[in-house]
Every structure is written in structure tokens, then in C-alpha cells.
Design a binder for this molecule. Structure first.
Ligand SMILES: [Zn+2]
Length: 205
């Protein structure tokens, strides 16, 4: 099997992605938040899921509005393939908690079908093999504090404020402008074509 591995430069440091032709295995967050300086890896051909992951992460940091239109890489990790509460929580998080939103551990537990499993949700977040794409940084404490994060609390807060700022910027630009003379485009702003309408997790109590 063709295994690939690549280091990506990001505004938050060096991110390592690994996977095979079947799918993405892991995204490893930078160990520290120091800006990366040396160019690492990147040469040669990469399995398609790693190429998609690279493009997705690049868009996430540089032009997040584009991520909705990009294919998500397939995942190839046992936690995301077995039927388990952890797997269910991670898939629910990916599907339901969108860019710029946040939910509490308890709200995510409820979305995944067991409102009393907030503690298990915390465990699922710690074992998330695909951070950023599976947005465990959007799961915060009920108090509004950011809470723990595999990449460190500082990185979690950076990602959350990156999303808030980018979302506000898109809203200010009014993007994308609906064509003139099309009366039925209201309510679709910011949603990618074909994406399912999701309920706002923050209002699900
Ligand atoms: Zn694999």
C-alpha cells in the first residue's frame, strides 16, 4: 500500500498529514505555535486523499469560503469506520457544526443522540484523528470558555477567532451576490449548492 506523508505550512505552524490511496489517516497539529520557517517535504506524488487534504487546508486558512465547494478527502482510520459512539460523535460534528459555529460538549452529545454523554464527547474529541477538518475546535465549554484542545488552548482560540473574522468578512461583502431578478435566493447565502440545510446547533437546547 502506498503511504504518503506531507508537512504543510500554515499560519499556525507545521501541520503533518498522512494517509494512503484509500483515505486520509491523520492530521497532526503543530507541537508548538511557533511560526514555521523551513520548507519541508512536499515533493513527489501524493495519494489523492492527501492532495485533497492539502487543497482543503490551504483554502481553510486562506479563503475559507471555498472549502464548502471542495471535496473532503476520504478518511481511512478505524475510529471513523467502526460503529461506535466516538465515531458517531465525530461524524455528527463534521456534518452539523459548520464554519464559524460552536457547540458545547453537551449540545454535541445531544446531536449525536445521547444528551447525557458529554463526558464521552470529550473523550471523542481527544481521539479525533482528523482535527481541523473534523472541527473539534468548535466544541467548547457551556460557560463559553474554549476548553481543552489537542493542539493547545491557544491554537483552539486562534482557529475560533479565524473563523469568526472570516465569517464576518464574508457577511460584510454580502457574498455571494445573488443574480438580479432572482426572487428566490434569499436564505441560501453562504450555503454551498447542494449542501444540506443544517439546524443551528446553538439553538437546539
Ligand atoms: Zn490507509
Amino acid at each position: 500500500m502506498f503511504l504518503g506523508r506531507k508537512f504543510l505550512h500554515s499560519p499556525v505552524g507545521k501541520i503533518e498529514i498522512s494517509g494512503c490511496e484509500t483515505g486520509l489517516h491523520e492530521i497532526q497539529l503543530p507541537k508548538t505555535n511557533l511560526p514555521a520557517d523551513a520548507a519541508v517535504g512536499g515533493g513527489g506524488t501524493l495519494p489523492a486523499p492527501l492532495q485533497q487534504c492539502t487543497a482543503w487546508l490551504h483554502a481553510y486558512f486562506c479563503e475559507p469560503a471555498l472549502t464548502a465547494a471542495l471535496p473532503l478527502p476520504a478518511f481511512h482510520h478505524p475510529l471513523l469506520q467502526q460503529a461506535s459512539f466516538t465515531g458517531q460523535v465525530l461524524w455528527t460534528l463534521l456534518r452539523e457544526v459548520k464554519f464559524g459555529e460552536a457547540v458545547s460538549y453537551k449540545q454535541l452529545a445531544a446531536l449525536a443522540g445521547n444528551s447525557r454523554a458529554a463526558r464521552a464527547v470529550g473523550g471523542a474529541m481527544r481521539s479525533n484523528p482528523i482535527p481541523i477538518i473534523i472541527p473539534c475546535h468548535r466544541v467548547i465549554r457551556s460557560s463559553g470558555e474554549s476548553g481543552n484542545y489537542g493542539g493547545g488552548r491557544l491554537l483552539k482560540e486562534w482557529l475560533l477567532s479565524h473563523e469568526r473574522l472570516q465569517k464576518a468578512q464574508v457577511a460584510r461583502r454580502g457574498a455571494p451576490a445573488p443574480p438580479l431578478n432572482s426572487p428566490d435566493t434569499d436564505g441560501a447565502a453562504g450555503r454551498s449548492p447542494g449542501a444540506p440545510a443544517v439546524r443551528e446547533p446553538a439553538s437546539s437546547r
